[in-house]
Ligand binder design. Sequence first.
Ligand SMILES: [Cu+2]
Length: 390
Amino acid sequence: MRGYTKISLAVSAMLASISAHADYAWNFPEPVTPMALDTLHVHNKFMLIAMAIFFVVLAIMIYSIFAHRKSKNFKPLTDKAPSTIVEIFWTLIPFVILLWIDFVVMGIPAYHSVIMMEDTRDKANMVIKITGSQWRWQYEYMDGDAQGIKFVSNLATPKEQTDKGFAGAKDENYLLEVDNRLVLPVGAKVRILMTSADVMHNWWVPQFGSSRMAVPGFIRETWVQVEKAGTYRGQCKELCGKGHGYMPVVVDALPVEEYKKWVAAKKEELAKASAGADKEWTKDELVANGKVVYEKNCAVCHQVTGAGLPPAFPAITGSKVTNAPIFGADGKYLKDGHLDRVLNGIRVMPSWKALLNDTEIASVITYERNALGNSVGDILQPAQVKEARQ
Ligand SMILES: [Cu+2]
């Protein structure tokens, strides 16, 4: 084979592999909101402008080098420009051209995009509150049919897969899967209120083009209007500690009819959970349920075995707090006791009051007291947690 045949074969093989991967490797993910579409257009336009400037400058450079080469005996200017006027003009003209490109040709679409992102006033069909915390997202539907729906969304990738030395096959959506997805109706303009319970987080779905930092103590806003049904995945985009890589975002955008069905089903599920809080639970039920709650919410810091990661994260096994009585003689829960810690948190230990329901808190506490190497023997009923909250 002649040399150039080989090269052209190699190049065409390369091009073929590019087009095979074009879906994800060479472009942005498909935008599904007006905002994402707008910012993609801005990006493409800017790329073209940058390329055009690049080629113009490169062409002038190549021309200058070639036309003024030594073999042509070109005499360089040694001390000064032809005249001060010329000098001023050949500086000012490119300056004005670049200024015009910056402020007008690029500026107007950029301002348009930024204003679009900031403008949450118009016609929001629904409002959702998103709270980031170490290391999970909490979603709350603030109005309409879905008002009152509130849940926590945790990483659902099995823990073994994230362990060092894991050799098996990882899930297709490794680190991008959650237990409870945020569900939105297609076409609705959703105003998002965003805050954080601890440090800064950032709720980010690339295909939505909207990312807002969640800042503790502030409520910030953004909006999305998903125009195509589907499942969209994203991540926390603000370095927020040890579990930063473990708080993905998964959104299901459903056609309105299906969304309504989801709302009804979710409401029923939540009603059932709060009904469960009124019944008497057995110790075995609580421990079994508590194990699930513990491994999902607490094991990141206190470890699956309860050994913790001292000194940052104390052990639950043999912990003074875990093994001390929960209630005082007056029947109220003790300050700095087990229930107080879990409900209200302290320092780095998060408050679980808003994140877990009565049954979950009762279960996890009963589990900690009767498993993980502890054997206090007592149990905590969901009804007691309910009362303690008041
Ligand atoms: Cu985060």
